[in-house]
Design a protein around this ligand. Structure first.
Ligand SMILES: CC(C)(COP(=O)(O)OP(=O)(O)OC[C@H]1O[C@@H](n2cnc3c(N)ncnc32)[C@H](O)[C@@H]1OP(=O)(O)O)[C@@H](O)C(=O)NCCC(=O)NCCS
Length: 259
């Protein structure tokens, strides 16, 4: 064994053969969804079809949210300076933090505290009340809850439906829903935002919180690419970007069945 040898368990490469976690990449292509491939590379095993669909839905949920998110404004600002695509995307990724996009990790850790209480015998409502109280006392906002625009985030609702269909919704989803219910009962309603829903679903799937924000960045990269190209094609360099002045002029609302 060479003195400088080290090991990797992710991908093996030899001439004309690439295997990810043991599976031939060319065989995975066209057979597994990107969501399944993401699960495979991160967890080492293929998910069942339903979990693959759930991971895929998480990625679709985060693909874009118009021009107002801070990371998208960072991307647009970088694009308006003439920055390369890579630099624009990096600007967006750097703007994913605790208050935006990056609430997933903090929320996973919060929900894990709640799930531990449930495992120790507390009911969901009591666990939720304890978490709300602890965060309030510490002067922290509840990560994964609240939204500047939505009072009932449609992405969160759909993700939780898919988690139930996949049979993976467990204590973390339960605690997240209980927090929403307790806040509403206390007269200070906050919706579960998409970061919070992704956090609950990822936690019930057993993902490591350290990976959490990567899911948002992975998905939103596609949206940022569209934002960079549109900024370059439509706007003049170094413009003053007023997020409130943007008007949507894309396709009118249409149904999936319309193609
Ligand atoms: C996303 C967020 C910044 C949107 O905030 P907003 O709707 O503009 O709300 P404001 O900052 O104006 O706050 C309004 C009130 O709600 C409270 N509030 C909002 N979100 C809260 C949260 N997550 N936990 C506790 N209180 C919250 C504020 O403290 C404030 O209370 P006050 O009126 O008593 O001062 C905010 O909900 C938040 O910080 N959420 C946590 C981080 C998060 O999940 N980010 C991901 C967003 S997708």
């Amino acid at each position: 064994m060479a003195e400088n040898q080290w090991s990797t368990a992710i991908t093996s490469v030899k001439p004309n053969e690439i295997r990810v976690r043991g599976y031939r990449l060319d065989e995975l292509m066209g057979r597994v969804s990107f969501g399944e491939a993401v699960y495979l590379i991160l967890r080492g095993e293929r998910p069942g079809a339903a979990v693959g669909r759930l991971v895929e839905a998480m990625l679709v949920a985060s693909i874009d949210h118009g021009v107002t998110p801070p990371s998208t404004l960072a991307v647009r600002n970088a694009a308006s300076t003439g920055a390369s695509l890579n630099a624009c995307i990096a600007s967006g990724a750097l703007a994913v933090n605790r208050h935006h996009g990056g609430a997933v990790e903090d929320c996973m850790r919060l929900l894990a505290r709640g799930a531990a209480r449930v495992a120790a015998g507390a009911d969901l409502a009591a666990a939720a009340r304890a978490l709300i109280g602890e965060e309030k006392t510490a002067g922290r906002r509840l990560p994964g809850f609240g939204h500047r625009i939505h009072t009932d985030d449609p992405r969160s609702y759909r993700l939780l439906v898919l988690a139930r269909e996949a049979g993976t919704a467990a204590a973390h989803v339960g605690v997240a829903e209980a927090i929403v219910a307790e806040l509403a009962a206390g007269g200070k309603a906050l919706p579960l935002n998409v970061d919070g829903a992704i956090a609950a679903v990822l936690a019930d799937l057993g993902f490591d919180p350290e990976l959490a924000n990567g899911f948002f960045i992975l998905a939103r990269t596609a949206g940022w690419m569209a934002q960079v190209i549109e900024e370059r094609r439509r706007e003049k360099p170094m413009r003053r970007i007023d997020q409130g002045a943007a008007v949507y002029d894309g396709p009118a609302s249409r149904e999936l069945t319309q193609g």
